[in-house]
Design a binder for this molecule. Structure first.
Ligand SMILES: Nc1ncnc2c1ncn2[C@@H]1O[C@H](COP(=O)(O)OP(=O)(O)O)[C@@H](O)[C@H]1O
Ligand SMILES: N[C@@H](CCC(=O)OP(=O)(O)O)C(=O)O
Length: 375
């Protein structure tokens, strides 16, 4: 990749793509496509995470307003996703570019092989100049297994493809220090280096009937992107040239900047922290906690106090202290049964277990990502 060529992930929300009647607005789609085309013409790689399937489909399903039951939303998405892709494909082709559809479920990401496979596929598309268009596979995913909103999905996808920038477009021109609907004095924050508890408290619910995540889910997304070392931006979708200006640093909106102090989890740790879905718990005492967190050493078999749940070697588990406080997540080198067997062994007896229980390279500390990991 040449010095100025960037890999950019752009997420656009339902409210920014649909008309007041809830159907896809051709004008809004054209504006977005025009901006993506400008970036492509400049040589950048662009991936879109586009919402809008439910909003685009519910009227054609015969519902007068956005449905609230899961089966109806899924049926609406089944209609709307096709319409959405048809419009994107037509528009990109009219500029000489090709779009491609990628529908993802959370279980695709919780399986490390499928996660890596998704990365390889998307890399091929991006390297060949295609514009991958990602959405959650709404039609078949059951509620419990949903990403739920496309904000966090976009941050996870940005991490997956090792993007240089994540741009989230919404119906508001950035992050305010209070919910602007409830506080007329709320001020736009143009730069954020850290998601503080104050910022979390200021982030409220969706601003429209078609939006799902609100500012809360955007903040969760920015926590993920920042922990993954990805510079990010939040701005208003209908501002002229917003995407282009966001890439070149001149846009009105909120820039989430990466500093030298920022965490920059490698891809394995990103997968452990944000995608894996932990299976059981390994409980350790306070001395072992110091070893793992402060001294940054691996967790040895002798450090394991007890385990709960069943897991196999290679699983991701929650690591907690004796008070039940979450320390982090890690990949275990032994199954739960093996760990239960090793607990009452003496030092010499433990010598037959020559591997760490959890290696430091496979451990993500809760503090490193300033959020409960594995959610
Ligand atoms: N602190 C805040 N700063 C900006 N917007 C906020 C804040 N708290 C709540 N919001 C609301 O979040 C909305 C954007 O989220 P959402 O409706 O889910 O949009 P989208 O469909 O673009 O994902 C804004 O319209 C705004 O009303
Ligand atoms: N996957 C759903 C959108 C879910 C979602 O996050 O919506 P939004 O809050 O508008 O970004 C759809 O395409 O309708």
């Amino acid at each position: 990749m040449s010095q100025n060529k960037k890999r950019i992930v752009i997420k656009i929300g339902s409210s920014s793509l649909t008309s007041a009647h809830g159907e896809i607005s051709r004008r809004k789609l054209e504006k977005l496509v025009d901006e993506v085309v400008r970036l492509k013409d400049d040589g950048h790689e662009v991936l879109l995470v586009s919402s809008g399937a439910v909003a685009a489909g519910y009227r054609k399903l015969g519902c007068l307003e956005r449905p609230s039951t899961l089966p109806e939303k899924q049926a609406a998405a089944s209609i709307g996703q096709g319409l959405l892709m048809e419009s994107y494909s037509d528009l990109f082709l009219s500029h000489g570019y090709m779009g491609s559809q990628i529908l993802i479920t959370r279980s695709d990401f919780s399986d490390e092989n499928r996660y890596n496979n998704a990365r390889n596929t998307i890399n091929v598309l991006l390297e060949r100049g295609i514009i991958p268009i990602v959405n959650e596979n709404d039609t078949i995913t059951i509620d419990r297994l949903k990403f739920g909103d496309n904000d966090t999905l976009s941050a996870k996808v940005a991490g997956l493809v090792d993007a240089d920038q994540l741009i989230i477009l919404s119906d508001i021109d950035g992050l305010y220090d209070a919910d602007p609907r409830k506080n007329s004095d709320a001020k736009l924050l143009d730069k954020v280096h850290e998601i503080t508890p104050e910022i979390e408290a200021a982030a409220g619910d969706p601003g429209s009937a078609v939006g799902t995540g609100g500012m809360k889910s955007k903040i969760d997304a920015f926590k993920i992107s920042m922990a993954s070392g990805i510079a990010s931006f939040l701005g208003k979708a209908n501002t002229p040239n917003i995407v282009y200006d966001a890439v070149y640093g001149d846009a009105v909106g909120t820039y989430f900047e990466i500093t030298t102090d920022s965490e920059n989890l490698d891809q394995k740790k990103q997968w452990i922290a944000f995608n894996s879905g932990p299976e059981g718990k390994v409980i350790i005492d306070h001395r072992a906690k110091e070893t793992v967190v402060d001294m940054k050493q691996s967790l040895m078999p002798g450090n394991v106090h007890h385990v709960t749940g069943r897991f196999e070697k290679g699983a991701v588990v929650r690591i907690q202290d004796l008070d039940g406080e979450e320390i982090g997540l890690g990949v275990v080198n032994y199954s739960s049964e093996q760990m239960k067997n090793m607990i009452n062994l003496t030092e010499p007896e433990l010598e037959s277990y020559d591997k760490a229980a959890v290696e430091q390279k496979d451990f993500v500390c809760h503090l490193e990502v300033s959020m409960p990991v594995g959610v």
